[in-house]
Design a protein around this ligand. Sequence first.
Ligand code: FAD
Ligand code: SIN
Length: 526
Amino acid sequence: MNRKTDFLVIGSGIAGLCYALKAADAGKVCIVAKSDLEETNTKYAQGGIAAVMRPPDSFEKHINDTIACGDGFCKQEIVEMVIKEAPERIRELIEWGVEFDRDPDGKFNLTKEGGHTGNRVLHHKDNTGEEIQRALKQKISSHPNIEILEHHFAVDLITQHHLGKKVKRSHTDTECYGAYIMNQKGSDVFSLLSRTTVIATGGIGNLYHTTTNPVIATGDGIAMVYRAKGKVNDMEFVQFHPTSLFNPGERPSFLISEALRGFGAVLRTMDGEEFMTQYDSRGSLAPRDITARAIDKEMKIRGDDHVLLDATHLDPVKLKENFPNIYKKCKKTDIDITKNMIPVVPAAHYLCGGIEVDKNGKSSINRLYAIGEASSTGLHGANRMASNSLMEAVVFAHRAAEESKKQFNKYEINYNIPQWNIEGTNYPEEMVLITQNYKEMQQIMSNYVGIVRSNLRLKRALARLKIIYQETEELYKKSTLSVNLCELRNMINVSYLIIKMAQKLRESRGLHYTLDYPSKKSGMEF
Ligand code: FAD
Ligand code: SIN
């Protein structure tokens, strides 16, 4: 079966929904999401969205902070563009119904997070993402030009390869004609043909044991683009958030927002010592790469399972008022954050790299855009600054929509696409083959490709990954498709890209720290 649309949007987080709302002025939009529409990384965002809203803040300060966090790898022109366009996009979110907290005088209440030299983070209590997702969902639901397919899984992009032509990564004429989509109720696969396709599939946290990301974050879009011979870059820069709640067995890990440190909370070792000022003059509000590495080192030296985040000296009434969800969640685990320190550990949180795109979100494949966390725009460099991700998503969703609205009428729907071939496939006899390889993949990535790396660890990781890669590819060829199998395959592809790019970077830079090249060209040694 073939279906068709003008704009195919894969992903229903902030990036996909903002793009869809804009593209729908020009044509039919179909949004595909592999879970419920609202089950996205976006929904879990806590701290907020960064933007310069009023003096004494300035574009210059936000630009400088972003570049400093990115450790020399940001693209200056992209940083300037995004930061200058962000306030307009924020006004649009507000017009669409998103409510950000305000002070009694009606001005936005702006908070601070790691790496920011001033208060510039707009937020809705400590559940900003949920508020954004709510408002966008409401706006989308009533739009006559937008169709939503929940519980539909994008398996692969369709290109000339499916017409029997050879496609190479070096080709500049590869075109995307849409994607093969699996309806999770019944598992049938159909082609969804489009004039323009947009990947907004989010992050990769589930490559690791401990992650703040929900189960949907399995790097599908990046793997699909890589298999379609599109360009992917900066994959070695996996961000570990310094402070997720230490609560063994809970998955995903609950995030303790950096905004709490912006509010005055301080990191301490298990015996109560403040330790961050030994590592960075900004103390507990140093950028994430530095903070996560310092925590990792302290835990290893002391043999401790976690460190502590101390908010007990802060005004208890204001603490509960500003962080109601963190307060409630910790209370459920018998921690009263106004009286007890919070046990925290780093957790895989965000991918700075991804699908290479230009300033309008266009990928190296024609008719294919990538926006949000799945994309690599050059904004974050080697380390993303807090609350710059939601900002990047809204700016690039707008730019990609504007650009693709100008282009989409040039492209015809390609009706020659073959049906998905299920010949010779069967249901996998043993689910354990999938679940065991999933566990192994997480072990490889967590043990060898985490916060601290080395040549030997990366070599081992690659050797072990190759074994499960071959096993999984064999299983994939002979099995009827399932979401679990597709996700595993995607995560193995993405792991491969992270390891290979980490091996290539022979210095320690931002989030990529390696024992073999510790004397990075700029900065400190651990
Ligand atoms: P997502 O919101 O993750 O949406 C991905 C979508 O893609 C989902 O709809 C999913 O179903 C769909 N999808 C994926 N694969 C497929 C497939 N194969 N087929 C069909 N659909 C698919 N950033 C900030 O700037 N500020 C914050 O305060 C902040 N806090 C955070 C807190 C947490 C706990 C987490 C996890 C992240 C936080 N981030 C924050 C990061 C930020 O939330 C994400 O980077 C951002 O929301 C990503 O948005 P997105 O639209 O790119 O993807
Ligand atoms: C947080 O609230 O600490 C998360 C912010 C982010 O990831 O940008």
